[in-house]
Design a protein around this ligand. Structure first.
Ligand SMILES: [Fe+2]
Length: 301
């Protein structure tokens, strides 16, 4: 159902008339009212995902410029996930409950929300796959280091306030073509380097419960938590377009590993074809989405 106002019949209210899969868009929702977003349910989930090794956490010493991939090793959180969540206001921690769709109970939440969105998304961005969910719990004033992700992302604020800085998916001033190529080749993020001046180019979205945003695949982002505890949930997926873009970047990444400097993806048919060929010859490029789809299918069986 497409609406522009709060509608209790839907979890997420998107202005579909304005929706563009490659453009950042604020939205409203009421996922904070869902039973699985209440603290008792979240504590039980944290316990289950901790036992499954599906929690990522670091202390609030991580800052905007901390290398995202290394933050848990650089700034370990010495408290276990359940205690971190129970004492979030004083935990001085950042924590992500990963791949909540692997949990049979929370899989129903991921499916419920994305089933609702999928018909409208399919019209303009077909091929939705590897539908996932992530819950971020953060202590007061903790920061999510600057980074980007491969998936399209509906990020929804459940508790507390945060400020999201997000940049366009194709802004090469903040994330170079080379950084994008290497990320898609093997998830290296070390060429993605934070500069404080980037703030001036950001779209700044302040979130409180009931507010959210759609962020296209590989939109760089950095998040500053407010002065209270925060709970946020993200629903993510790949599409035919994200997979094609990822494959082209990965091909160019493979060319760069040989010392070549390809033009940006889509600008040279020769570079794009050479990159694709090289990926096949290397034989070591795994379509992460395809791999993850298989895992999801196993879980659904
Ligand atoms: Fe992210």
């Amino acid at each position: 159902m497409a609406t522009t106002t709060h509608d209790m019949e839907t979890w997420v209210d998107v202005d579909w008339a304005k929706f563009d899969p490659w453009r950042i868009q604020p939205l409203r929702h009421h996922v904070q009212d869902h039973p699985l977003m209440q603290m008792d349910a979240l504590l039980a989930l944290a316990q289950r995902l901790d036992a499954a090794g599906s929690v990522r956490t670091h202390s609030d010493s991580a800052k905007a410029g901390t290398p995202f991939n290394s933050a848990p090793e650089l700034f370990p959180n010495g408290t276990n996930p359940v205690e971190t969540l129970r004492n979030l206001a004083r935990a001085q921690a950042w924590m992500s409950l990963l791949n909540i769709q692997k949990d049979p109970l929370y899989r129903t939440l991921v499916r419920g929300v994305l089933d609702e969105l999928q018909p409208e998304i399919d019209d303009c961005d077909p091929g939705m796959s590897y539908r996932g969910g992530w819950i971020f719990v953060t202590s007061p004033n903790a920061v999510t280091p600057y980074h980007f992700d491969a998936e399209h992302n509906f990020i929804l604020q459940v508790q507390g306030r945060k400020r999201v800085y997000v940049w366009a998916h194709d802004d090469v001033e903040v994330a170079s073509e080379q950084a994008r190529d290497l990320f898609h080749l093997n998830h290296e993020r070390y060429l993605l380097r934070w500069r404080d001046a980037f703030r001036e180019r950001a779209q700044v979205i302040d979130l409180q419960p009931g507010q959210g945003a759609y962020m296209p695949s590989t939109s760089p982002h950095m998040v500053e938590n407010g002065d209270g505890p925060s709970v946020t949930v993200s629903f993510t997926y790949y599409t035919d377009a994200t997979r094609e873009k990822s494959r082209l970047h990965a091909g160019h990444g493979a060319l760069r590993k040989l010392g070549l400097q390809p033009s940006p993806i889509g600008q040279s048919g020769l570079s794009d074809a050479l990159g694709t060929l090289l990926l096949k010859l290397r034989g070591d490029y795994r379509d992460k989405a395809a791999h993850a789809r298989d895992a999801y299918a196993e879980e659904a069986a």
